[in-house]
Ligand binder design. Sequence first.
Ligand SMILES: Cc1ncc(C[n+]2csc(CCOP(=O)(O)OP(=O)(O)O)c2C)c(N)n1
Ligand code: SF4
Length: 285
Amino acid sequence: MSNHQLVNKYFRHNKKFPHIWCPGCGIGIILGNMLRAIDSLALDKNMIAFVSGIGCTGRAPVYVDFNTLHTTHGRALPFATGLKLARPELKVLVATGDGDATAIGGNHLIHACRRNIDITTIIFNNYIYGMTGGQYSPTTPHGDKAYTCKLGNIERPFNISALVEAAGATFVGRTTSYHTLQMQSIIKQAILHKGFSVVEIITHCPTTYGRLNHKGGAVEMLQWQKETAIDKSQAEKMSPAELEGRIITGILLKKELPEFCEQYATIIEKAQSQTRNHGDETESN
Ligand SMILES: Cc1ncc(C[n+]2csc(CCOP(=O)(O)OP(=O)(O)O)c2C)c(N)n1
Ligand code: SF4
């Protein structure tokens, strides 16, 4: 599909543009490739619900023509959980920044993982709070600068993919905004996975993180992603020392476990049959 066709088919181009993102921001690259993944799966737009919290990333659903929910900071997953339970036939997708997902929303993230609810969560990890001007987030690398740690971050960052795996996610993928074909492929497989799937995408915020850490502009930051990422299949042959500072990409985990909405449906059935049996007993007495 050409870019022109993609815009006409999926964007609310007549209503919601211009968008708020800075020139060179990685968020648009991710959104475009997410739409390409969805298009290649030939999913019905009306059967998709796209949910977000707040942040530059949180604006993504505003611009696209799905069922969309732009909610409160850190709370995309509780909204998405309620929606999925009420309408399990919908494909529910979540877009969330690293701050939204792992700081204010961290508790919701780990519990969604543990429940294995059939939601695909795409975490746009740009290592900083973009929207509010560059405060550090739980993924800001140790020693790097943000406006709230101008002399260098003394906290150790979360490894998002390891965190969600430990919390019980049944599909975990990681890629970068440079690796667009890999990104499409991982997002497709995450959407098709039955259970809680997380795709962590390392992306660039040239305006705050890039500027403060002298990373250059968007081109240099993409170049860094290209040089730093290493596919899982190659990484498996390397030593921990060789992997120091590298971003391991690919599908990091995929396993089948009972899904939350399906289990919830069996509980509803049990409760209803108990009520019916109890009613029968009462009538026969
Ligand atoms: C309850 C609440 N606390 C704080 C804020 C302010 N706030 C808005 S976006 C944001 C952080 C955004 O960073 P991130 O989630 O990493 O997304 P990005 O903007 O980088 O895409 C914060 C702290 C808010 N809107 N609501
Ligand atoms: S502040 Fe950063 S994350 Fe937000 S739109 Fe600008 S470049 Fe993108």
